[in-house]
Design a protein around this ligand. Structure first.
Ligand SMILES: Nc1ncnc2c1ncn2[C@@H]1O[C@H](COP(=O)(O)OP(=O)(O)OP(=O)(O)O)[C@@H](O)[C@H]1O
Ligand SMILES: Cc1ncsc1CCO
Ligand SMILES: [Mg+2]
Length: 262
């Protein structure tokens, strides 16, 4: 686990280009900014080429799209491949809505992601494994989460993060589990979207995307855990405010003290 990547990220301040969803776009922009990277968003396909060229990483969130936005996402993913920019996909609710599954399938044949980050319901759907996803939430299923993540990584030929109480990170050969976190993440819509774009920021500072992805997961979950531990009575409103502070202020040494993974 290369926690020192957090210092590299803060020193390099990489630009992360995001196509976000309208629900969580501000959380995503502020989360990237707080951790020490530089967010930029766009809704216009005419500037996609320039946007991808100026970015050090790209994150495409499939959370809430219209037909023109699907075209924008497709072109941007293809440009990320063309310019060799690390590409992260967040396949929101792809296990719960058949239309989304169809769109995601089409997009994943049009471009090649470097990392896919989703919850169990989303990663199971992309792996082709039976699971009962529940809207944007993970839902329920009986499959083994490590096997599901590994199948998805092999099928999609990329690093996969299956997030939840434990995050599973795998490239199909190597697998790590991050045990840190807090259930308060589930009380704030957009925790997952923030994580996906922070993963992109880490990919901008380490060309081994498996390493970048696992470090991003530990940093994000570990910071959330520290925030929750600071006040056992904390609720979801205070959590997101304090999470933003902590994304900015938490040090590598503080994360080393609580890092839990195997
Ligand atoms: N019960 C839990 N305990 C500890 N950490 C958790 C828990 N649930 C989620 N997390 C953490 O929350 C973060 C977001 O992951 P999650 O799987 O909830 O994303 P998501 O379902 O896509 O969320 P979103 O509602 O934003 O779409 C990750 O860092 C993950 O480790
Ligand atoms: C609630 C919600 N609906 C579509 S996207 C989104 C935010 C979580 O990604
Ligand atoms: Mg999500």
């Amino acid at each position: 686990m290369k926690l020192s990547l957090l210092n590299d990220l803060r020193q390099q301040n990489p630009i992360v280009f995001n196509i976000s969803n309208f629900v969580t776009v501000q959380d995503v922009a502020n989360g990237i900014n707080a951790i020490g990277a530089s967010p930029i968003m766009s809704e216009e396909v005419a500037e996609a080429d320039e946007m991808v060229q100026l970015a050090q990483a790209v994150c495409l969130n499939l959370g809430a799209f219209t037909e023109p936005q699907i075209k924008h996402i497709k072109v941007t993913g293809q440009l990320a491949n063309k310019y060799h920019k690390p590409l992260v996909i967040d396949p929101v609710a792809v296990g719960a809505v058949a239309y989304r599954a169809k769109v995601a399938e089409d997009l994943l044949t049009a471009f090649q992601p470097d990392v896919i980050r989703g919850n169990a319901g989303e990663i199971a759907a992309l792996a082709g494994v039976d699971w009962q996803a529940k809207g944007i939430d993970a839902g329920s299923g009986s499959g083994n989460l490590v096997s599901i993540a590994q199948s998805c990584a092999i099928k999609r030929r990329c690093t996969v993060i299956l997030s939840g109480p434990t995050d599973v990170i795998t490239d199909g050969k190597r697998t790590v589990q991050v045990l840190n976190g807090t259930p308060l993440f589930q009380t704030h819509v957009g925790s997952g979207d923030m994580l996906s774009s922070i993963v992109a920021a880490f990919c901008a500072v380490d060309p081994d995307y498996f390493e970048a992805a696992q470090t991003a997961c530990l940093v994000f979950a570990g910071i959330g855990q520290r925030v929750a531990q600071s006040d056992p009575q904390m609720g979801s409103g205070t959590f997101i405010i304090k999470l933003m502070d902590a994304l900015q202020q938490t040090t590598v040494a503080q994360l080393e003290e609580l890092a839990a993974y195997d």
